[in-house]
Design a protein around this ligand. Structure first.
Ligand code: EPU
Length: 430
């Protein structure tokens, strides 16, 4: 097993560069299936979720050329099959985007139900409602979702989402760009990656208006041709490092960000006594004094992001006073609290609400990452804690954070990757 070992209590100083946005990349890469030509995608984060989605495209017959560390060229002109391999698709949530993209381009898709972090139920009924409204038949057979456009091509229509869903908004957009006529998505999600997907598709010849508002209009076009596009910086990766500085103290310039996307996070850190200065494409985060309590409720964008909920919880555990944290998006996103308690944190959870009593100091412990953002929050807690923290199951963290150990070591954190003898022994045997 591979784990992170952190010797905490060291303030962070220096600069961190933010990578491309995971949740944009995992939608934009499948969107290349819609493009008739070579599609060059830049600023791709090097994370395991991206590797997985690229492998899936390759299995379908896409030609993928790595240009450099962060750039690939994808050519989907000669796709071999429309059935997505089960073992790959089940490891990643974003495999659901393959339904919309394959339906949009070929009028047919066979995709296993998606995997991803476990936050209680993660239905995709709103995605399916959209596909059906656009003229698809969708059923589940033999563990696969089978979707087929009855007329061979999707038809534009008006779709009202019952819940603001990032995945459903983007998936319907994928299914609609090559549809016959106009699709209108009402009560759409407004996250930066929704806008990024629309910008990518428009740069390839799509006709999408209103992304970033709650009504998106997509006029179907006959063909998308190739082009070049650069993915936006990762809002949540940036927020995670902002939280790391808030927890550990020090001063770090977080570079290659869009400060506007970070406002919801910045506002909460300011309330807690952290200094944040916005620059053109960077934020300077400084924490010298004590952290003070606050209340946080997660909401769809532009609200405070649910994907920052565990990280803000880690800081609130060390803030003076009692804070109330409300999860407004997922049913069960507090599976990490027992791990925090091992470090001396005081939290009580009742349904979607966590009440956190700040303690003066967390102490190092052996803990286990239970999902991607919870794992990142454990790294933050470990950096601020007294003593040594060992984090197991770090593959969750590496799904979404490029080079987290190198980036944190670069600003003075004492964090390293340790491979336990068990794994070395296994490697020798195999
Ligand atoms: N929902 C439904 N029906 C649906 C779709 C969603 O009831 O058909 C509900 C969900 O159960 C949830 C809420 O609507 O309560 C919002 O879900 P959404 O569809 O917005 O989430 P998602 O698309 O599955 C993406 C991100 C998540 C992030 C959420 C919310 C990707 C690949 N995943 O998930 O990111 O938490 O949006 O912002 O983009 C992460 O990066 O760690 C992560 C979990």
């Amino acid at each position: 097993m591979t784990k992170y070992v952190i010797h905490g209590g060291k303030p962070l100083f220096g600069e961190i560069d933010i990578s491309g946005a995971k949740n944009a990349a995992v939608a934009i890469i499948p969107a290349a299936l819609l493009v008739d030509g070579i599609c060059r995608i830049e600023n791709i984060p090097q994370i395991s979720d991206v590797t997985l989605i690229l492998n899936i495209l390759q299995e379908l017959g896409a030609d993928i050329r790595t240009i450099n560390r962060t750039t690939v060229e994808i050519d989907c002109s000669h796709l071999r099959n429309l059935r997505v391999p089960e073992e790959l698709a089940r490891k990643i949530r974003a495999s659901y985007y393959l339904i919309g993209a394959l339906l949009g381009r070929f009028g047919s898709a066979q995709v296993p139900p998606p995997g991803g972090c476990d936050f209680g139920g993660r239905p995709i009924d709103q995605h399916i409602k959209g596909f059906v409204a656009m003229g698809a038949e969708v059923d589940v057979q033999g563990g696969y979702i089978h979707a087929r456009a009855q007329k061979g091509r999707m038809s534009g229509t008006q779709i009202y989402l019952d819940i603001v869903s990032v995945g459903a908004t983007m998936n319907i957009m994928l299914a609609a760009v090559l549809a016959d006529g106009m699709t209108v998505i009402e009560n759409a999600a407004k996250e930066p990656h929704v806008v990024d997907l629309a910008n990518f598709l428009n740069s390839m010849g799509a006709d999408i208006m209103g992304a970033g508002t709650d009504v998106i209009k997509i006029r179907g076009v006959d063909r998308l041709s190739g082009g070049s596009y650069s993915i936006i910086p990762d809002q949540i990766e940036a927020g995670t490092y902002m939280a790391a500085v808030a927890a550990s103290g020090g001063e770090v310039l977080i570079k290659n960000v869009i400060p506007k996307h970070l406002e919801c996070i910045t506002a909460k850190l300011l309330e807690m006594g952290v200094e944040v200065e916005e620059r053109d494409d960077a934020v300077l985060v400084r924490r010298t004094g004590k952290l003070t309590r606050t209340n946080v409720k997660t909401l769809p964008y532009p609200g405070f992001p649910t994907d920052m909920q565990p990280q803000i919880a880690a800081i609130l555990c060390m803030a003076e006073g009692t804070s109330v944290l409300t999860e407004g998006v997922w049913d069960n996103r507090y599976r990490y609290v027992d791990e925090f308690r091992r470090m001396g944190a005081q939290l009580q959870v009742d349904g979607k609400i966590a009440v956190i009593e700040g303690v003066t100091q967390l102490s190092g412990a052996r803990i286990r990452a239970c999902d991607l953002r919870a794992g990142a929050a454990m790294v933050i807690a470990g950096l601020a804690a007294q003593g040594t923290t060992e984090i197991d199951c770090i593959y969750h963290i590496e799904r979404g954070y490029e080079d987290i150990v190198r980036k944190l070591s670069g600003v003075g954190a004492d964090i390293r990757v340790v491979v336990t003898p068990d794994e070395e022994k296994q490697a020798q045997v195999s």
